[in-house]
Design a protein around this ligand. Structure first.
Ligand code: GLN
Length: 446
């Protein structure tokens, strides 16, 4: 069914980079056999899944939408892929993204841009744009994405689906091609909140192979979906509804807050005073980490190597200048600069200090509130090509999601209406490791 739907729709959506048709059929046959033998069914039994192309899959190309890795065929499965297999879901294929997850529109894919299923002239968001579009178009039942500064939540909002970024450390990053290791988290993109809880249940958990994995007890997420939000205290940051936010998006968010009131929750305006520094802080830290992480792509160990280099330095230089796209180069240069001696204290170290202040903003609000709610993105999806020449505008699309990533706390985006025919996302942010309350509120609302 999935492949039929992909054949019907992917010519216009272009969500997939690689299909796993033979592998999927073999996996389905195994499950059929299991059914006949009355074997035990996994949590995600038979569900067709799409995987973002920066999550490694054994024997299935993993390109990060980069020319550099266009031939990279991993020899192992990421921890999350192993967990999906254990839960008996079926991997349908690998999904398009911004190159190395750098971007917010999918236009930075070095292969082709994915299109928004609601209107194919519009971007699906990014960087997990293929993951969001494939779920919205009904090609797969759910997908996995990665979120460094908004890359699960923003495309979920633009495509009218549910996207969850778990608490940093809840889901193993082993086998996720690193962009900014102190921020990267894998999470589910689904049609509804219940599915999100199912997928999270399957992928969460401690992994000694990821040194930042948290050794915490995994609660039962499904039992948190009670429908009851009576007495929940919600803080609404004034910085998320002020300047730069589309009035129609704001209207949808206020209507959502009314709905929470009618369900018995209360809300008040709060302040996250360091929000204005979040985007600058993020681009310094994420680019610094990226410049270091992407040093491994040298033309020797992974991916494509240049032809006929003069010497070793020439091999590095040519492989990297041919393999990486413009946005990736921009970030490597910015990060290398911020980390270089003489500038480190002024930029990288300063940004680390501001990150602490941003995290403290959240700690302060969470002393008195259970959740923080606002828009996922300041606008709805924009037209393909509209912002390509303007990286700064593009960076500002993440103003509501980046602070959450810097603080490491969980957040979900759920659909909350439409503006000019395109979906609007509501962002529900929780305390660290309190995915249960986030899911409960999202489920009661949707
Ligand atoms: N759009 C942001 C960026 O370009 C976020 C990307 C992400 O979360 N991977 O960095």
């Amino acid at each position: 069914e999935s492949y039929k739907r992909i054949a019907q729709t992917d010519e216009s959506i272009k969500a997939f980079l690689t299909l796993n048709e033979d592998g999927a059929r073999a996996a389905a046959a195994e499950l059929d056999k299991l059914l006949q033998e009355d074997g035990e069914r996994g949590l995600l039994f038979g569900l067709p899944a799409g995987i973002k192309d920066n999550i490694v899959t054994e024997g299935l190309l993993t390109t990060c939408a980069s020319q550099f890795l266009s031939n990279y065929d991993p020899i192992y499965d990421a921890a999350v892929v192993k967990k999906l297999k254990a839960a008996q879901s079926i991997t349908i294929g690998k999904l398009n993204m911004d190159e190395f997850a750098m971007g917010g529109s999918n236009e930075n894919s070095s292969f082709f841009p994915t299109r928004n299923p609601w209107n194919t002239d519009y971007v699906p968001g990014g960087s997990s744009g293929g993951s969001a579009a494939s779920v919205a178009a009904g090609q797969v039942y759910f997908s996995l994405g990665s979120d460094t500064g908004g890359s699960i939540r923003q495309p979920a909002a633009y495509c009218g689906i549910v996207g969850l970024k778990p608490t940093y450390g809840l889901v193993s990053r082993f086998g996720l091609v690193a962009f900014a290791s102190s921020l990267d988290q894998i999470g589910p993109l689904t049609k509804n909140v219940e599915d999100s809880a199912y997928v999270l249940q399957a992928i969460a958990g401690y992994d000694p192979m990821d040194s930042t994995s948290a050794n915490v007890e995994i609660p039962d997420y499904l039992s948190s979906l009670t429908g009851d939000v009576k007495g929940l205290r919600i803080g609404v940051p004034k910085e998320y509804l002020g300047q730069g936010i589309d009035p129609k998006v704001k209207e949808s968010v206020l209507a959502a807050l009314k709905q929470f009131e009618s369900l018995g929750a209360t809300w008040e305006e709060v302040s996250l005073p360091h929000t204005e520094y979040a985007v600058a802080t993020y681009y310094l830290l994420a680019s610094s980490e990226a410049s270091s992480n992407l040093a491994r792509f040298d033309g020797v160990r992974y991916g494509v190597r240049t032809d006929n280099p003069d010497n070793l330095i020439d091999l590095y230089r040519k492989s990297r200048s041919q393999g990486f796209g413009d946005e990736v180069k921009r970030r490597i240069m910015l990060g290398t600069y911020a980390l270089s001696s003489g500038y480190y204290d002024a930029y990288y170290l300063k940004a680390q200090k501001v990150r602490t202040l941003i995290k403290q903003d959240f700690d302060n609000v969470f002393e008195n509130y259970d959740l923080i709610i606002g828009p996922t993105a300041p606008t709805t999806a924009f037209r393909i090509g509209e912002q390509v020449g303007d990286p700064l505008t593009m960076y500002l699309n993440d103003i509501c999601t980046i602070p959450v990533s810097l603080a490491g706390v969980p957040a979900i985006s759920v659909p909350c209406g439409f503006a000019d025919g395109m979906p609007v996302g509501l962002q529900i942010i929780g305390k660290a490791f309190d995915e249960r309350t986030v899911l409960r509120a999202a489920h009661a609302f949707e």
